[in-house]
Design a protein around this ligand. Structure first.
Ligand code: PEP
Ligand code: MG
Length: 537
């Protein structure tokens, strides 16, 4: 047995087989044989890649549906593209290794596609990179990533949100990553999914690859490689206790979240997709306090259409059966990237074109999303909320677009709901200007993840800054109190949807500050309700 530790992102115990996810590496350093030998290796790798893609296609058809799976078929065809095959053969004949020729050939073709005018063709650049990366990965010995059958614990160096979202969530028992921070979006996804997970783990990928059983204790932050019988028995006992604890929380299902002194608060869920709304209902969420709508844009190769978005929002609205739903408009940028949007690489992405800044700059992206939200408003209690606001004019400009879309849809004959408009308060500027913004907004929801990052000037993604990233910092708490006071003075409701909302050490403080709603990972709701119902505040 070997053991080590990491930082807990979501508690719980998981025991199972480990699967190591490695990003495809171009590994230009592979040994280079004669051109004829390299050409042969390349052709064999293409056959392996096709087999992997065919298996993935079958799997994706079951989990995502034929329409989404079709992209894998397109990737298989790319491996027969004569231009690609010729570019690689030329590079190999010129003395390059099969691995670097496969990657370079893909890159030069991807660039040609990225510069075409047609949006569909542009989007194919990402597929070409993906598929040539797979072939290069096979040639450099990492074999590409193949999902095994059954449930497993996923171990990786790091995971981007766009990668996490493509994984079969129902089969993942736990995540263990060597990098990552607990406020990264991948960590947030793990929490939403109720999956025990560790980041910054000192695990060796080779150890995980070669072990029979991996056990993760998300309560203590430890992992065990091939645990001995005693450890395994202890972990199984912990697993059972945790299940019993969850069972005890069932007494709070269906109850209001109200303190002994009669203070009531709404406990809502944070979600990324319609599936999560079902999980939220299963956890008795009183609404959706934050739908991170950008997850509908990640892990795909083209912009979702207005109709696709409409269907997703409608499904959330209907699933929540009249409970309020706050849809945050696209918050892409920083760590959440979609190649097909062609956002420029930035020196400081967290301070760059992200959130509402993208939407106000690229109306062709924003407009279909707003139309979809307004159309879906006929099916439930939808609210719209704008991320990354720093100035009053940004809110005014977004509101003007909402008004014109409402008018246009009404003229087109659509029935629309009310759709209150809110501000995600997550920049220090918005917090300081809360009284001004409150005159223009119907509600506030505080994004404490970014508010902490920007107030303390500490990158939330940077694993080395852990103890400097302190959401309990007096400056952050002072801003929270100020935001709540401004909202209450203006007569609008105010909630918190950052990770801090589920911090039991601050629940009573939030009640005293005047917050009316806390929104969190669905799996935390009953636990917080118990705390509130037992509180004297
Ligand atoms: C936040 O910043 O607190 C928040 C809820 O938004 P995100 O984590 O998606 O940036
Ligand atoms: Mg944020």
């Amino acid at each position: 047995m070997k053991q080590g530790s990491g930082l807990t992102v979501f508690p719980g115990v998981a025991i199972g087989s480990a699967v190591v996810y490695r990003k495809a590496q171009t590994a230009a350093v592979t040994a280079c044989g004669t051109p004829a030998a390299e050409q042969q290796k390349f052709e064999a790798a293409c056959q392996t890649a096709k087999k992997q893609l065919a298996a993935l296609f079958e799997q994706a058809k079951q989990t995502l549906g034929e329409e989404h799976a079709a992209i894998l078929e397109v990737q298989m065809l790319m491996l027969e593209d004569l231009d690609y095959l010729e570019a690689v053969a030329d590079a190999i004949a010129g003395g390059e290794s099969a691995a670097s020729a496969a990657a370079a050939g893909g890159e030069s073709m991807a660039e040609i596609f990225a510069n075409l005018d047609d949006e569909y063709m542009k989007a194919r650049a990402a597929d070409i990179r993906d598929v040539s990366g797979r072939v290069a990965g096979i040639l450099s010995g990492n074999g590409g990533f193949q999902l095994p059958a059954g449930n497993f614990i996923l171990v990786a160096e790091d995971l981007a949100p766009s990668e996490t979202i493509q994984l079969p969530r129902e089969r993942i028992l736990a995540f263990v990553t060597k990098q990552g921070s607990s406020s990264s979006h991948t960590a947030i996804l793990a929490r939403t999914l109720n999956i025990p997970s560790l980041v910054q783990a000192d695990i060796l990928l080779e150890d995980a690859e070669n072990c029979k059983i991996l056990a993760v204790d998300g309560f203590t932050g430890h992992y065990y490689i091939d645990p001995n019988a005693d450890t395994l028995a202890g972990l199984r006992e912990k697993q059972e206790k945790a299940a019993a604890g969850r069972e005890a929380l069932e007494a709070y299902r269906g109850r209001k979240s109200v303190t002994k002194a009669g203070k009531q608060i709404l406990l809502c869920a944070n979600i990324g997709c319609p599936e999560d709304a079902k999980a939220s209902m299963a956890q008795d969420a009183e609404g959706i306090g934050l739908m991170r709508s950008e997850f509908l844009y990640l892990g795909r190769d083209n912009l979702p259409t207005e109709d696709e978005l409409f269907e997703a929002y409608k499904e959330v609205a209907e699933t929540m059966r009249g409970r309020p739903v706050v849809i945050r408009t696209l918050d892409i940028g920083a760590d959440k990237q979609a190649d097909y949007l062609h956002l420029e690489k930035e020196e400081n992405p967290a301070l760059g074109l992200r959130g509402l800044r993208v939407c106000l700059t690229r109306e062709e992206i924003f407009r279909p999303q707003l139309r979809a939200i307004y159309r879906a408003s006929a099916y439930g209690k939808l609210n719209v909320m704008f991320p990354m606001i720093a100035s009053v004019w940004e809110l005014q400009e977004a509101k003007a677009l909402c008004a014109s879309i409402r008018k246009e849809l009404t003229e087109e004959g659509f029935a629309l709901g009310e759709v209150p408009i809110g501000v995600m308060v997550e920049t220090p500027a918005a917090a300081v200007l809360a009284a001004e913004l409150a005159k223009e907004a119907d509600f506030f929801s505080v994004g404490t993840n970014d508010l902490t990052q920007y107030t303390l000037a500490v990158d939330r993604q940077n694993a080395n800054l852990g103890r400097f990233y302190d959401p309990h910092h007096p400056a952050v708490l002072a801003l929270l109190a100020h935001i709540a006071k401004c909202a209450n003075d203006a007569g609008i409701w105010v909630g918190i949807c950052g990770e801090l909302a589920a911090d039991p050490k601050l629940t009573e403080t939030f009640l005293e500050m005047g917050f009316a709603e806390l929104s969190m990972a669905p799996g935390r709701i009953l636990e917080l309700r118990k705390l509130i119902c037992e509180s004297e505040v």
